[in-house]
Design a protein around this ligand. Structure first.
Ligand code: SIN
Length: 504
């Protein structure tokens, strides 16, 4: 097995990974691994924006209060303080690096509102392509750094662990199938989330839970995996993949209507259409259950024919490509798996309980989101905790690792004749049906058993991305079911239909 060295390895090229890499490149060579092309992660898909207390009259304390409230009493208050207090500096830095946030007519930053915010504090870019602009800015910054190198199409099969320390990453270069051990002074996991484990999702197909699976196999602690956020409004058309319809559309005044044309959120929650996501997603689920699974509608017609293509160009074009003109037709929408609030447990500096392994962004669990993430807090989380993880690594004296048992990784396991895609699809159906918006002990138990039957018979993976992704997805799906079974009461995004208490 070929072995190579870098000072720091970052797995994942989204907002958290790139922000960490920028900081680390000050002190040594950073290698950023991405399993797809360089810009195919979930960051690119983020529409709504970056929540940050920079608007006149807003304060970090008000941002903190909204974050804590959305988190259903389950947030780590210290992590929330870090997020809201360090957020403004991280965003100003992005502006210095050339990000183009949208401006109002007076040339000032334009802040919009999303669900469960009590202030207009969400910055957006290119209308509804904020993630793409954040990613563009960070990639451009990374390109200026001599010691940062990005390796696309390099899939991480596992973490290299010896004597209780993470020494690096075992990877395959998908362009030639060659395996390699990349050893480093520190490994930063920034692999994003798990949306692809569900049949309906706003996430790209790369969101297969690889980071969670790798960390779990390596012995790091995971937590709160039952807290999966379902975005209330994804485009819902037969035969069409779910496509996110940003909460910012409701922030601008769009209304949810049921099949009878009624505003079903009015009276259901004081914030109506802008209630916390878990509340809106459940209300839509109930409406759909009453109507044979038919979707609800997002009505934007009153917002003005001029505003919609300008303010939401990505959504407008996507709808139009499927024959829906949002200026004149309500958009059929339904919930979709969106964000993992739990993850690899870290302290406020990204350190996991496996020495040498750090995590930041969606794969990590600092507790900042509690049981339900406040809209547009995730890009901010990536910026703040990516930078903190890197800073903590740089403050720690670590020598280059020496590997004693490289032979463990030889020879490659053979690829078994299994229809891996079909297994993934079966697992995704099971997760949607039984570990989605409504959960019961009976359903979760059945789901876990069905997923167990789908598990792959490998001690370790062969050097093949599809095989490993399938194995990881099934493993993490089972962990989610088990966590959801263990939490018998409803809390935030985790709704146990067989439990007595529910806050909605
Ligand atoms: C959205 O634009 O609605 C998604 C933003 C987020 O999940 O924070």
């Amino acid at each position: 097995m070929e072995i190579s060295f870098t000072d720091f390895v970052v797995v994942g090229g989204g907002v958290a990974g790139l922000r960490a890499a920028i900081e680390l490149a000050d002190a040594g060579q950073v290698t950023v691994l991405t399993k797809d092309a360089l810009r195919d992660g979930a960051t690119e898909y983020a529409q709504g924006g970056v929540a940050v207390a920079l608007a006149d009259g807003d304060t970090p304390a008000a941002h903190r209060d909204d974050t804590l409230e959305a988190g259903a009493g389950c947030c780590n208050a210290g992590a929330v303080d870090v997020l809201v207090n360090e957020g403004p500096e991280r965003v100003r830095e992005l502006i210095d690096w050339g990000i183009h946030f949208d401006l109002d007519l007076g040339g000032n930053l334009d802040f919009t509102r999303e669900g469960a915010h009590h202030h207009n504090r969400v910055l957006h870019a290119c209308g509804d392509a904020t993630g793409r602009e954040v990613e563009r800015t960070l990639v451009a910054k990374v390109r200026t750094l001599e010691r940062a190198r990005r390796l696309p199409h390099h899939y991480s099969l596992g973490l290299v662990v010896e004597e209780g320390r993470c020494l690096g990453v075992w990877l395959v270069d998908q362009t030639n199938g060659r395996e390699r051990l990349l050893l480093a002074r520190a490994v930063v996991l920034a692999t994003g989330g798990v949306g692809w484990l569900y049949r309906h999702t706003s996430n790209p197909a790369v969101a297969t839970g690889d980071g969670l699976a790798m960390a779990h196999r390596a012995g790091a602690t995971l937590r709160d995996l039952e807290f999966v956020q379902f975005h209330p409004t994804a485009l819902h058309l037969d035969g069409v993949p779910a496509f996110l319809i940003s909460e910012a559309v409701r922030g601008e005044g769009a209304r949810l209507l049921n099949q009878e044309g009624e505003r079903f959120m009015v009276g259901r929650h004081p914030d109506g259409d802008l209630a916390p996501r878990d509340v809106v997603a459940r209300a839509i689920y109930d409406e759909m259950a009453r109507h044979d699974g038919r979707p609800v509608f997002l009505d934007c017609r009153h917002l003005g024919a001029e505003l919609l293509p300008k303010r939401f160009p990505t959504i407008f074009e996507a709808c139009r490509s499927y024959g829906i003109d949002m200026r004149t037709q309500p958009i059929p929408v339904a919930p979709a798996a969106h964000f993992m609030m739990g993850g690899v447990v870290t302290d406020l500096d990204g350190a996991t309980d496996l020495p040498g392994l750090y995590a930041c962004g969606e794969v990590a669990c600092t507790g900042v989101h509690g049981a339900n993430r406040l809209a547009s807090n995730s890009l901010l989380e990536g910026l703040v905790f990516g930078q903190r993880a890197a800073r903590a690594i740089l403050a720690t004296e670590v020598t280059f690792p020496t590997l004693r048992h490289a032979g463990f990784y030889e020879p490659p396991a053979p690829i078994l004749e299994i229809d891996y895609v079909a297994r993934q699809e079966q697992a995704r159906e099971i997760m949607w049906e039984y570990a989605g918006i409504h959960r019961t002990a009976e359903g979760l138990t059945a789901a876990d058993a069905a997923l167990r039957a789908l598990e792959l018979p490998y001690q370790r993976y062969p050097a093949d991305r599809l095989v490993a992704e399938t194995g990881n997805a099934i493993m993490v799906s089972r962990l989610i079911c088990q966590a959801a079974l263990a939490r018998t009461a409803s809390l935030g995004s985790h709704y146990r239909a067989d439990a007595v208490a529910d806050q909605s």
